[in-house]
Design a protein around this ligand. Structure first.
Ligand SMILES: NC(=O)C1=CN([C@@H]2O[C@H](COP(=O)(O)OP(=O)(O)OC[C@H]3O[C@@H](n4cnc5c(N)ncnc54)[C@H](OP(=O)(O)O)[C@@H]3O)[C@@H](O)[C@H]2O)C=CC1
Ligand SMILES: O=C1O[C@H](COP(=O)(O)O)[C@@H](O)[C@H](O)[C@H]1O
Length: 490
């Protein structure tokens, strides 16, 4: 990962009026602008906008405290474009050359596809056909998730992208890889000899990865009901977190060395089959419930635009096993869901217990050491240890050693999308997923989907505002484990 300069660039933002652009991308671009990144943006979508009304839309999506808006907004231009109408691409050539010259962008281009996945292949095809992907500078394609809906479709998509872009020009974005504490996992593991030595089956009992959300499907019902939690969160974000926790140290911190190690983990994840799928995976769907403020919450089937007989899972809990020397016998438990009691992303590494030691008076109080990686909303680490209670009780008490990332200078904090767009501008694709990572993680997920279909696995209901169905607890209890309650830095 060599640090290279961030050159000026023209960004073609497909899906400029969409939810992701408004909620995440404009504020990420604003922060890049405040860090002296030179760019201009052509926003593209079907609905009618002038440059002015488009800038109003961007302005409305920026947080209220943002200053210096005028000069920032002036870099944004809007053009109507319908992916299904190739002629709309042709008219962009002259305009982008004009912007190249006006802002001295050297022909560098990023094509950011913030579009429904059904348009990815066609967009890439039209970029090539129209000549927009031919440029005197560099070109990069940022492609949102989901990348296909199974291995076969993802391969077809990948093949079609490769007609217009080389693998090293394709940036498959997974915004979790841009999160500060996700990027910290490698450093924590490989820069600390104490962890390096014990990060294996001899000392680790189990790993628990939780990505819980309080939101329901919101206005993404059409997408979500066809997708479900397994494809929406497990195939990408959770598999990426699992690989970072489990991978071997890369030989160098070069892009392909890191990706190579991640692929090895994915290859070693034991696939599911009709025999183990019900033992190792739980699918859930939220029913009515109440939130933390005792407000009533709708069930999934009562949500707008959801089929009343939908069997789509809004929750998944699973036990993955990694068949390599380091991790043999260590369960990696994962869970993710909508409408859970709390929004949190955290990883708990539970270390093995000591053998019984009569030397301690109160041996029952000796809990396992836990390393907690807080990814969001808290950012930090805690290490739970056992110490002697002050005084003469002879008791052992748990304490927590903490590092809180949020406490560091806020002006240095970057958001995931900002960090990843900056990486893309620098040409650093380490924190984007390579094609073989995507393919292997689809293999794992395909094995689950196929087994669910063959066994007709129904959803287990959980109350909205809870931490998932009872079956998710039973999944761990079978192994003598339990989910650690979500922890907080306070
Ligand atoms: N929203 C989120 O939180 C996240 C989204 N993503 C991914 O980001 C991508 C975008 O998602 P999101 O913003 O939510 O989707 P939206 O449906 O909100 O936005 C889609 C955008 O595409 C445009 N569009 C639709 N049809 C066409 C067409 N035929 N030609 C050109 N433009 C078109 C729409 O504008 P118009 O109607 O004017 O054409 C709109 O700007 C998806 O791949 C999604 O999976 C990933 C992570 C999180
Ligand atoms: O990719 C997605 O992620 C979000 C959750 O992201 P986070 O950064 O807020 O944790 C999820 O809501 C969405 O369904 C999914 O598509």
């Amino acid at each position: 990962m060599t640090e290279t300069a961030r050159e000026p660039v023209l960004i073609f933002l497909f899906g400029a009026t969409g939810d992701l652009a408004r909620r995440k991308l404009y504020s990420a671009l604003y922060r890049l602008y405040t860090r002296d990144q030179e760019f201009a943006v052509i926003g593209l979508a079907r609905r009618t906008h002038t440059d002015e009304t488009y800038r109003d839309l961007i302005n409305d999506s920026l947080p209220s405290e943002v200053g210096q808006r005028k000069h920032f907004l002036e870099r944004f231009y809007y053009r109507r474009l319908d992916i299904t109408r190739p002629e709309s691409f042709a008219s962009l050539s002259t305009f982008c050359e004009e912007l190249d010259a006006r802002y001295h962008l050297h022909g560098n281009r990023i094509f950011y596809l913030s579009l429904a996945p059904c348009f990815f292949a066609e967009a890439a095809k039209q970029l090539k056909k129209s000549g927009l992907a031919e440029t005197k500078g560099w070109k990069r394609l940022v492609i949102e998730k989901p990348f296909g809906h199974n291995k076969e479709s993802s391969k077809e998509l990948n093949d079609s992208l490769l007609h217009a872009f080389n693998e090293n020009e394709i940036y498959r974005i997974d915004h979790y890889l841009g999160k500060e504490m996700v990027q910290n996992i490698e450093v924590l593991r490989f820069a600390n000899p104490i962890f390096e030595a014990i990060w294996n089956r001899r000392y680790i009992s189990n790993v628990q990865i939780t990505l819980s959300e309080t939101l329901g499907v919101g206005d993404r019902a059409n997408y979500y009901d066809q997708t479900g939690a397994l494809l929406d969160m497990v195939q990408n974000h959770i598999m990426q977190l699992l690989t970072l926790v489990a991978m071997e140290p890369p030989v160098r911190l070069e892009t392909n060395d890191v990706r190579y190690e991640k692929v090895k983990v994915l290859k070693a994840v034991r696939p599911m089959n009709i025999h183990n799928v019900t033992e190792q995976i739980v699918r859930g769907q939220y029913s009515r419930g109440i939130d933390a403020n005792r407000e009533r919450l709708r069930g999934y089937l009562d949500e707008n635009n959801i089929r009343s007989d939908s069997e789509t899972e809004t929750f998944v809990a699973a036990q993955f096993m990694i068949d390599n020397y380091r991790w043999q016998g260590v369960p990696f438990y994962i869970r993710t869901g909508k409408r859970m009691s709390e929004k949190a992303t955290q990883i708990v590494i539970q270390f093995k217990k000591l053998p019984k030691n009569p030397y301690f008076h109160n041996v029952n109080h000796v809990g396992p050491n836990l390393l907690v990686i807080y990814i969001s909303p808290d950012e930090g680490l805690s290490l739970k240890l056992n110490v002697k209670e002050t005084g003469e009780t002879g008791n052992t008490i748990p304490i927590s050693m903490k590092f809180r990332n949020n406490a560091l200078a806020m002006e240095n904090m970057q958001d995931a999308y900002e960090r990843l767009i900056a990486d893309c501008i620098k040409g650093d694709s380490t924190n984007f997923t390579r094609w073989d990572e995507v393919a292997y993680s689809w293999e794992i997920v395909d094995s689950i989907v196929d087994s669910w279909k063959k066994r007709h696995v129904p959803v287990d209901y959980y109350e909205a505002g809870s931490m998932g169905p009872v079956s998710a607890d039973e999944l761990l209890e079978k192994n003598g484990h339990h989910w650690w309650p979500l922890m907080h830095m306070e």
